[in-house]
Design a protein around this ligand. Structure first.
Ligand SMILES: NC(=O)c1ccc[n+]([C@@H]2O[C@H](COP(=O)([O-])OP(=O)(O)OC[C@H]3O[C@@H](n4cnc5c(N)ncnc54)[C@H](OP(=O)(O)O)[C@@H]3O)[C@@H](O)[C@H]2O)c1
Length: 161
């Protein structure tokens, strides 16, 4: 599972990200390279989603019957999405959110790749679930300072069970 999470747990606001950090986008695209992707319907339809899923293999989860997704497959439960992912040639599945999907997939995944964005947006309305440290162990952390292009300090953090 991969997410960018602010220090107050915020991952989005009104359907979009609350920050613009090119360094994190670059990191994100490197992490998902060659993987099969799983997304919630709302994140797929967000502005960012258009860029991420265009031309990459993915499954979208929705409760809507008859939903179609250009270039992607459609599942009506997380279980069905994972069954679809298991049939793909890619050997890695990346869960890309949003909040509803992170919450449900947290018990199912074996790695968390989190960019901590060291800011506290006040307008957030979507949150990452709590990372239970009795289950998850941080095993790599890379801290970076804000610079001319990236307005906040940020850290790339990997967790495993
Ligand atoms: N910071 C990050 O790394 C990051 C990453 C991704 C997203 N985000 C942010 O997260 C926010 C969106 O999160 P969200 O929770 O509102 O939406 P979401 O998780 O992207 O999508 C939710 C939708 O997924 C479908 N769904 C969820 N659980 C399902 C299930 N068990 N079975 C079938 N369908 C299911 C439903 O679609 P239907 O309504 O069609 O039935 C539901 O409305 C945005 O602000 C976005 O920018 C942030």
């Amino acid at each position: 599972m991969i997410a960018a999470v602010a220090d107050n747990g915020v991952i989005g606001s009104e359907g979009e990200l609350s920050w613009h950090l090119p360094a994190d986008l670059e990191f994100f695209y490197r992490q998902i390279e060659g993987a099969f992707l799983l997304t919630g319907r709302k994140s797929l339809e967000s502005g960012q989603g258009q860029d991420i899923f265009n031309g990459r293999p993915y499954v979208v989860v929705t409760r809507q019957e008859g939903y179609t997704a250009r270039g992607g497959q459609v599942a009506h439960s997380i279980k069905e999405a994972i069954a679809i992912a298991e049939k793909q040639p890619q050997d890695k599945l990346c869960v890309l959110g949003g909040a509803a999907i992170y919450e449900q997939c947290m018990p199912l995944v074996d790695e968390l790749i989190i960019t901590e964005i060291h800011t506290r947006p006040e307008d957030g309305d979507a949150f990452f679930p709590e990372i239970d440290t009795s289950v998850w162990r941080e095993f790599t952390r890379e801290d970076h300072q804000a610079d001319a292009e990236n307005p906040h300090d940020y850290s790339f953090v990997y967790y495993r069970k």
